[in-house]
Design a protein around this ligand. Structure first.
Ligand code: ZN
Length: 272
């Protein structure tokens, strides 16, 4: 038993030194809100902070960091031979977020009246349940495109203080564009939700891209697809609108990895 432990320990050390000669490739930013694509052709199992990742045939996988991710993370790659384990320790850099104060808003824009609570809870359950579905895809390398063109009017992570009330941080990217501007799917995927009239989000689409990656399109005007449809990257899924809790036509775009919001900006930059 003791002998075996020694052996596997030696292999770990050896494998790690091999890793530094680029056995595993990483593309992305190790920063709060960041996302990284990794590849190791011999990966049998990959664990990021002990969470199992989906691996493609060619050994690609994805992991990401939330807005307030801790300062370090570990990645374990278990290779063909179970004792052959690569271990990486990553430092995750801090992100600095904007504070946005907006005063003088009508009260109902800041806190919804109790008559809306039931509707808001139903909407939340609908979104949450839709996101539980998993779509397994084996297409790599994955690339991602901006879903629409326009002025960036809101960024990821900002702390919003409305009429002095601290709200949830802004979780996505806002792209202001005229009502009716086409919205495209950022990558190939499956439609998990296409629904109209939600209290906060208005008309909403959620797409699963595999690898625990999901994108969400909010405040839409028209929706051109339905739940269960398979879409291609660049396919038009609907148009920009101002439905739900919105002050003007724009697309609010969220990106999730394992249901954690990541910065959409970093998703686009790994494709460049
Ligand atoms: Zn927004």
């Amino acid at each position: 038993m003791f002998y075996r432990t020694i052996i596997s320990f030696v292999i770990i050390l050896f494998s790690t030194s091999v890793a530094f000669s680029n056995e595993t490739i990483f593309n992305g930013k190790f920063v709060q809100g960041g996302i990284v694509i990794g590849q190791n052709k011999h990966a049998k199992e990959v664990l990021f902070d002990e969470k199992r990742l989906q691996i493609s045939k060619d050994g690609y996988f994805i992991f990401g960091f939330g807005r307030n991710h801790k300062s370090f993370s570990t990645l374990k790659i278990i290779k063909d031979n179970k004792n052959n384990v690569l271990k990486y320790n990553f430092d995750i850099n801090k992100s600095i977020y904007k504070i946005e104060k907006i005063d003088g808003l009508p009260k109902k824009m800041v806190t919804p009246g109790p008559e809306f609570y039931k509707k808001i809870n139903e909407d939340r359950a609908l979104i949450k349940n839709s996101m539980n579905e998993k779509y397994v895809i084996d297409k790599f390398p994955l690339t991602f495109i901006m879903p629409t063109e326009g002025r960036i009017s809101g960024i990821y992570g900002s702390q919003r203080i409305l009429n002095g009330v601290k709200k949830n941080p802004h979780g996505g990217l806002d792209i202001a564009a005229p009502s009716g501007t086409p919205i495209k799917s950022t990558a190939d995927g499956k439609i998990l939700l296409a629904a109209k009239g939600l209290y906060y989000t208005g008309n909403i689409v959620i797409i699963d891209h595999g690898y625990d990656l999901q994108s969400m399109y909010i405040h839409m005007k028209d929706i051109n697809i339905k739940k269960g449809d398979l879409v291609k990257q660049g396919q038009i899924i609907g148009t920009v609108g101002s439905t739900g809790r919105s002050t003007g036509p724009h697309l609010h775009w969220n990106v999730y990895w394992k249901k954690i919001r990541i910065n959409p900006k970093h998703l686009i930059s790994i494709s460049k």
